[in-house]
Design a binder for this molecule. Structure first.
Ligand code: MRU
Length: 347
């Protein structure tokens, strides 16, 4: 299966390269990003997206800020890099990984005694985060694969695949690992209105890897469950607090339907997605612009006078979750995240 990275550092050019996810599936396009301003735009437009990939992008973003920041005394240099990091941090408020990746690199360079060493430390830490993310996805994949039956039909929402991570994927990493271990898995991908991460990205990367995928409209999911077509729901997460799982808008609806139909609802996420400090009410749910809803290509599909609410994420109460699959192990219902929060590297 394809091990291509989603984003990587180009040492010769001193730039951050990434697959532009807004161009898929029509066009595979790699962008070379040379400034923090361009990276802020890329994250805001969802050229780079998905919680773990945002963590890696945040880390490389600080390395990029350090790389392009002009030479001066070390204190002024670190203060300029921190200012750029804060601009990056607020581009997307819901996924916890973005701030987590930024903070890891900032902490690494905080005590650097020269600009050269700060730049090297920043890049080294960003590369480590990218490699760890891939390793986490493989571990999640193997642990999640054990939960699946030999022949399984999964429903997934949004894209929690290689494109949303450094590579391999969380939810789709489970699919890949299960198939590698000889299981027969096929996937129903909800299209995921309004930006269609399911139909554009999940379908694209599964087809690239020769995995059986069927795209459905978001509103078809409940009926497929009623028809006994779906064996389990498997999604990623943007932030996991003690009380809820934040993920793409529509996830909560699938969890409610899964419970009604007695279907397991699984969440696959690395420990970097856990947030022990906040609860549901403390987290900002990103609201995006109305045009994402009112326009379909060049067509306007909503009257100008209509109000639009465009929440990018929702929150699923923990009691609807059958299990959370992490790189360290599976948390079964009743899910209590304190058991993983005591492990190191957790916020
Ligand atoms: O708005 P997006 O596309 O960044 O939202 C992404 C999701 O909701 C994913 O499901 C989540 O980040 C998990 S990715 C492994």
């Amino acid at each position: 299966m394809n091990g291509t990275a989603t984003l990587w550092w180009n040492k010769e050019a001193g730039s951050l390269c990434y697959i532009d996810q807004t161009s898929l599936p029509e066009k595979y396009r790699v962008v070379e990003c040379r400034s923090v301003g361009r990276l802020v735009k890329a994250i805001g437009r969802l050229e780079i997206r998905g919680a773990p990939a945002l963590g890696v992008a945040g880390a490389y973003g600080v390395a990029l800020a350090a790389h392009v920041c002009p030479k001066k005394n070390i204190d002024a240099f670190l203060s300029d890099v921190s200012r750029d990091a804060e601009i990056l941090r607020v581009t997307r408020p819901t996924a916890v990984n973005l701030g987590w990746g930024i903070d890891r690199v900032l902490q690494k360079i905080a005590s650097a005694d020269s600009i050269t060493s700060a730049r090297l430390l920043a890049l080294g830490e960003a590369e480590a985060i990218a490699h760890e993310d891939t390793a986490c996805c493989h571990a999640i994949g193997q642990k999640g694969a054990d939960l699946l039956h030999d022949k399984t039909t999964l429903l997934t929402h949004c894209n929690a695949g290689a494109l949303a991570c450094s590579s391999w994927g969380t939810a789709l990493g489970v699919v890949r690992s299960a198939i590698e271990s000889g299981k027969k898995v096929n996937v129903f991908a909800c299209e995921t209105r309004p930006l269609l991460q399911g139909s554009r990205l999940t379908a694209w990367e599964l087809i690239r890897d020769g995995i059986d995928v069927t795209v459905i409209t978001d509103s078809a999911a409940a009926y497929l469950m009623r028809k006994h077509i779906i064996d389990a729901v498997l999604v990623g997460a943007d932030r996991i607090t003690r009380d809820v799982v934040f993920n793409k808008i529509g996830t909560y609806m699938h969890a409610v339907c899964a419970r009604y139909h007695d279907i397991p609802f699984y969440v696959a996420a690395p420990l970097s997605t856990f947030d022990k400090q906040k609860r549901e009410q403390d987290v900002i749910i990103e609201e995006r612009n109305r045009e994402e809803v009112t326009r379909m290509g060049i067509r306007c599909v909503v009257p100008d006078a209509a109000r639009v609410k465009n929440y990018a994420f929702d929150a699923t109460p923990m009691d609807l979750v059958t299990a959370i699959i992490t790189e360290r192990g599976v948390l079964h219902a009743p899910v209590n995240i304190d058991s993983v929060l005591s492990m190191k590297n957790i916020r």
